[in-house]
Design a protein around this ligand. Structure first.
Ligand code: ZN
Length: 200
């Protein structure tokens, strides 16, 4: 830990742990992982300069992290009700909730309460993925299995089904594999992700 810099930083009522490392880099690089701000700084930049830049850096990354939560509860309900209307016999949806207790499955629908429970991670995924999960669960009201008739109905109400299945398979793969990947490969994956973000 570098004693030149404080160990926490507070901006907009959010306190982050701060880890600053001096490195042979040209520019100040910052990354927010959960509640820790990791910053690498050039060897010879004065710590006054760095301390001056840290709050705006932290603020920008906090905003970006929040923006990643793209599906709110209200949006999810509206989306689910739209999807439900596309079924040959529309299905009633009265509530949706994102649940952190929902671990093993991406979603579930109760025919008793007409409520859809969704895996909390879906809040951060593209809306078309959320839509496909909702459609999948609702299609089970008609077909309780994964028969050809189920898939055919699902594709009708949600043309993005295949793409979403592939997306979620990738998420599953990464979640299963992440901890076992060598750190250098994890760093490479983050690099790809960051570049990708720049492109979009
Ligand atoms: Zn299913």
């Amino acid at each position: 830990m570098n004693k030149e810099f404080p160990s926490t930083i507070t901006v907009d009522d959010t306190t982050l742990s701060l880890v600053v490392i001096r490195k042979t880099v040209k520019n100040i690089n910052a990354r927010l992982r959960d509640a820790t701000l990791h910053v690498s700084v050039p060897l010879h930049t004065s710590h006054t300069t760095i301390n001056a830049i840290l709050p705006s850096l932290a603020r920008r990354l906090i905003r970006r992290q929040r923006a990643r939560q793209i599906n709110s509860d209200d949006d999810a309900l509206a989306l689910a009700q739209r999807v439900a209307q596309r079924f040959p016999t529309p299905i009633e949806v009265t509530a949706t909730s994102f649940s952190t207790a929902q671990r093993a499955r991406w979603g579930s629908y109760s025919t008793r309460t007409h409520a859809i429970r969704l895996h909390a991670a879906l809040r951060h995924m593209p809306p078309w993925v959320l839509e496909a999960v909702v459609a999948h669960e609702l299609a089970h009201v008609v077909h309780p299995n994964h028969s050809p008739a189920f898939w055919s109905l699902l594709r009708t109400v949600c043309p993005n089904t295949e793409r979403a299945e592939a997306f979620l398979a990738g998420v599953n793969w990464l979640a299963r594999t992440w901890d076992d990947l060598p750190p250098v490969e994890r760093a490479q994956l983050r690099q790809v992700a960051d570049d990708d973000e720049g492109d979009s």
